[in-house]
Write a protein that binds this ligand. Sequence first.
Ligand code: SF4
Ligand code: SF4
Ligand code: SF4
Length: 324
Amino acid sequence: MNRRMFLKGLTFGAAGLALPGVGSAGEKPAAGVELATLLDLNRCIGCGACVEACREANADKFPEPKKPFPPMVPKRSKPEDFSDKREERERLTPYNWLFIQTAEVDWQGERRTLNMPRRCLHCRLPPCANLCPWGAARKEANGAVRIDEGICLGGAKCRDVCPWSIPQRQSGVGLYLDLAPRLAGNGVMYKCDRCFARLASGGLPACIEACPEGVQKIGPREAIVAEAKALAEATGGYLYGLTENGGTNTIYVSPVPFEVLDAAIDKGPGKPHLKPVAGKLSGEKALAAAALLAPLAGLAAGALRLVRAAKETNEEVAKEDRHE
Ligand code: SF4
Ligand code: SF4
Ligand code: SF4
């Protein structure tokens, strides 16, 4: 990934709006700058190149579950297993962190098909991270929200509190195999991590790099928000993600109102809605609850890291004993 490619992601093509601020400094943003992505739905042709790029870039993180699964906790829970459905591309799964949602709509006397790349929105006040009892999910300084698969116990609290139910569980993997049934948990939760490692090493998220239409761009949040608003104003478009759930670091610009799109899309497990969302953590009570939980989650995360390190050490020792 070179500087030219990075800048390609920071600016739309010639047909797009080139506004000052986004990429104009010519260098990638400094570490710790909150980044956001802008998705111009006018441009997406639904080719799926971004989905394939995401699958390829993240293939080594996909789960390899052990079967049969141990008893679930509580017993009434059902295992969630996508390991035989790895080719599924029409929804979010632990093996498909991005999918294209399509809406056929009549708008202003015209039949239109709109394609929307859907994944985690990387909320500014992410309930998934702030309410994870084990501290497995966290928001990074650059605005990405990640789940540590080495700590996650798969209790799915993150999915329960996510307004779009984005994280997806795979049973039969992760630390819970060593801890269950003493602790609740049933696998590991998976979702887009906004290509954290690629960005950290100066690259672009794989989905942005692969898109032939320049649908997405990434840059400092302030500049991205300004550009999204300007694009919406110039095209008579509509915005989603700016205020949803207290504001996200994913801003969609659409030529059709989102309530019209929401009515037209297929919704259900792994297929998120497009409704307006009030901020779950914007109330004082919710913030107080998250603040109270934070130190406990930090302690739990520390303890679970120790458990994981001990397990890895034991495995290494066993390997050496076997002279592997
Ligand atoms: S690669 Fe680009 S044009 Fe193709 S589906 Fe993804 S966002 Fe849309
Ligand atoms: S969209 Fe859901 S999973 Fe993603 S950061 Fe927001 S709350 Fe968490
Ligand atoms: S940012 Fe990376 S992990 Fe997220 S959808 Fe794009 S390619 Fe997949």
